[in-house]
Design a protein around this ligand. Structure first.
Ligand code: NAD
Length: 284
């Protein structure tokens, strides 16, 4: 089994990005800037925001963090995002999800300018993705594609089974894999016999949020497993795939932590850099 080492790959790619930022800074006289917005103090969300802030600093990007209380009104969040949209020094805006229940996620995702949408969740950017037009790709699916590319995994002709159909992971990763020539099956909570599908897969993406749902009796020998899941069990992080169980049958496998997570952060930085270049080219 070959470990798909997202931690190592993201570190290497972040170093390359740091060099690109250095060069761009000399041309444009300022670094890219990412604004992070978090409403509430959910510990996992706080740690994701801290991770993105730390990573942006490491690659030489500027960032600012807007921490708003749980009871923030829609008006206050609207005002903040509108100001960030208008702020010429801001290239990317990342609204950490989930939002508290009284705030409508769709409204705020789409309030972020599509040209500052580092997560690629804006309806226009998603529409472009589904029509295979150039656009900002959602960070986790983009990170997965970068990871498989780094290991020279050619998915053309493979049968890829994606478990999970969310708008931020399952559905867009299915699109990206299909664009590369894979044949796609998307499974979800209403799928009757998950094992029937996963047994046929050459590549499985687990994006469910159920600890260690995928086990070795559900796959064929030599399968490639990309585990997106992040679940906290007894204070420990585990994925949606049972790593110990699968390591003897899989040909490639991502660990949790250290697999898709760091690749997602890298993709957020890459997206911010791409938006910065577009932003500055438009102004010049
Ligand atoms: P979500 O809750 O929006 O979607 C979960 C999907 O799983 C749904 O489509 C649902 O139909 C499906 N599902 C639920 N139970 C199922 C079952 N028993 N069998 C088959 N399908 C089932 O979740 P999401 O936002 O897509 O995230 C999925 C997981 O990935 C979570 O653990 C999340 O924390 C993690 N995540 C990780 C990263 C990362 O960077 N590593 C990024 C985003 C999400």
């Amino acid at each position: 089994m070959i470990l798909l080492d997202g931690k190592h790959v993201s570190e290497q790619r972040n170093l390359e990005l740091k060099d690109k930022i250095e060069v761009a800074k000399a041309i444009y006289h300022r670094p890219p800037k990412l604004s992070l917005v978090l409403v509430g103090d959910h510990p996992a969300s706080l740690s994701y925001v801290r991770g993105k802030r730390r990573a942006s600093k490491l690659v030489g990007m500027e960032s600012d963090t807007h921490l708003l209380p749980e009871n923030t009104t829609p008006e206050t969040l609207r005002e903040l995002i509108t100001n960030l949209n208008q702020d010429e020094t801001v290239d990317g805006i990342l609204l950490q999800l989930p939002l508290p229940k009284h705030l409508d996620e769709d409204e705020f995702i789409n309030l972020i300018s599509k040209d500052k949408d580092t997560d690629g969740f804006h309806v226009v950017n998603q529409g472009n993705l589904y029509q295979t037009k150039p656009t900002v790709h959602p960070a986790t699916p983009k990170g997965i594609m970068t990871l498989i590319d780094t290991y020279n995994i050619d998915v053309k002709g493979m049968h890829a089974v994606i478990v999970g159909r969310s708008a931020i992971v399952g559905f867009p990763v299915a699109r990206l894999l299909m664009d590369r020539g894979a044949t796609i099956t998307v499974c979800h909570s209403k799928t009757k016999d998950l094992t029937y599908h996963t047994k046929q897969a050459d590549l499985i993406v687990m994006a469910v949020g159920r600890p260690e749902l995928l086990t070795k009796d559900m796959v064929k020998d030599g399968v490639i497993v990309i585990d997106v899941g992040i679940n906290r069990v007894d204070g420990k992080l585990v994925g949606d795939a049972n790593f110990d169980d699968l390591k003897d049958v899989a040909s490639y496998l991502t660990p949790v932590p250290g697999g898709v997570g760091p690749m997602t952060i890298h993709s957020v930085l890459e997206n911010t850099f791409e938006l910065y270049l577009k932003h500055l080219k438009k102004d010049n």
